[in-house]
Design a protein around this ligand. Structure first.
Ligand SMILES: Cc1ncc(COP(=O)(O)O)c(C=O)c1O
Length: 416
């Protein structure tokens, strides 16, 4: 049996333990949902207050130049690029993930070799992909007169589905339910051989595990700013386009900030010759300020150490579940092998929703995902080994005392 003291000892030896001080976390909460909403960085409140009071309040519109608000999408894009193995000029921060998916999907489907090839009328995605990815593809296809067939396949069928009929594939690297990780290099290789393109959704990977966009020959990607990147609720998202494709792709949302010279106010749209063309309208300088603090929490954190700790945390959680909760019928649906496991674990249980509510009432915060999953995220910058021990111990108590059966845990909230 692993003791709580042994977990405290693991924290004492943890090379990343200092990073927890970068966050504002209550000691009475075990937060295992950083994969959904990253915790508040300690620097954010003061920086956002400064941006609001000084930059907006006193410097007013001068701040677009004086405080370089105008270049925040590029500046923060470069910071994200460092986390996902891309070049600084290949990532830009803009809009939401859903909107960026729309922009890139439409842009790829407008490429001359895709438009002109009557045999390339398939959009491939995974059946269990995050719904927004599928909805955006459906909506775009409708807009295009249902010219495409949206082909949804299971994870292990994606590689085979990437053939010469495919105009574009939309693949989420890490499954939001199971945490299964796709092999980007292998799928990119296959897509390239079939003359097609993959848009990667990195929402559950960036900041959680090493992502190597250049090394894996990835062409296109999008991702969230509010999960592992700690940018705050509804933080701006980002998109990545490999250098060689940047000027070949046209965004369908040709807004003024994507123009080569926005302040010429020309009547004709002329896209910028770089990532700026994927911008649309004016960004929120306040949201960008919060995202910047989120990204700064990764300063001087080696991604390899982060990954090592992430796997150690999930290994420990799984082991403790086996030791303490084996009698309660939880079934882990996440991969056992490290190579294909991301930074969260999900456990199936027929009463998953009520159990998660009862856990949250005891200040152990994870989340519930349909149809029957309790999901626990491990964010190595602030999750401690002792948190893992406390979480499993609390779950054991919730189950032993049937706490989850209380009436108040049976009704679904709007957000689960
Ligand atoms: C894989 C994936 N893509 C996209 C999103 C959300 O996109 P948006 O920020 O546009 O709501 C999520 C949210 O959880 C997600 O898990």
């Amino acid at each position: 049996m692993t003791t709580r003291e042994a977990c405290i000892e693991l924290d004492n030896q943890d090379v990343l333990s200092h990073a927890r001080a970068r966050f504002s976390l209550s000691e009475d909460v075990v937060y295992l949902d950083g994969n959904s909403l990253g915790a508040l960085p300690r620097a954010t409140s003061a920086h956002v207050a400064h941006v609001v009071e000084q930059q907006w309040g006193r410097d007013l519109i001068r701040s677009w130049n004086q405080h370089d608000w105008i270049n925040l999408p590029q500046k923060l894009g470069a910071k994200i690029a460092a986390l996902i193995g891309a070049h600084a000029d290949e990532v830009i921060v803009a809009d939401s993930t859903s909107i960026n998916i729309f922009k890139l999907l439409a842009a790829v489907l407008q490429l001359p070799h895709v438009v002109s090839d009557e045999n390339r009328r398939v959009i491939v995605s995974e059946r269990g992909n995050f719904p927004t990815d599928l909805y955006i593809a459906q909506g775009l296809n409708e807009l295009l007169g249902n010219k495409y067939q949206l082909k949804l396949v299971d994870a292990d069928q994606i590689e085979a589905a990437l053939d010469h009929t495919v105009g574009v594939a939309l693949i989420t690297q890490v499954d939001y339910r199971t945490g299964h990780v796709h092999n980007m290099s292998a799928l990119n290789k296959r897509a390239s051989a079939a003359g097609t393109h993959i848009i990667w959704d990195l929402s559950h990977s960036a900041g959680a595990l090493p992502v190597a966009l250049t090394e894996s020959a990835s062409e296109l990607a999008v991702g969230c700013g509010y999960k592992y990147l700690n940018g705050g609720p509804g933080a701006p998202a980002y998109l990545y386009v490999t250098r060689s494709l940047q000027t070949q792709l046209s965004t369908p949302l040709a807004g003024w900030l994507g123009h080569a010279a926005p302040f010429n106010f020309a009547a004709e749209y002329q896209p910028a010759a770089n990532m700026n063309r994927f911008l649309c309208g004016t960004h929120s300088a306040i949201s960008m300020a919060a995202l910047e603090c989120g990204l700064n929490t990764f300063d001087n954190i080696p991604m390899a150490a982060l990954r090592q700790k992430s796997l150690a945390l999930s290994d420990l959680f799984w082991q403790l579940m086996d030791e303490h909760c084996a009698a309660f019928g939880f079934i882990c649906v996440s991969p056992r092998e490290h190579a294909v496991r991301a930074s969260h674990l999900s456990f199936a249980h027929p009463h998953a929703y009520a159990i998660m509510q009862a856990l949250i009432a005891r200040h152990v915060i994870g989340d519930f995902r349909q149809p029957d999953l309790l999901r626990f995220g491990f964010t190595p910058l602030y999750t401690r080994f002792v948190d893992v021990w406390d979480a499993v111990n609390t779950l054991r108590e919730v189950m032993n005392k049937d706490e989850w059966k209380a009436t108040q845990f049976q009704t679904r909230n709007a957000v689960t």
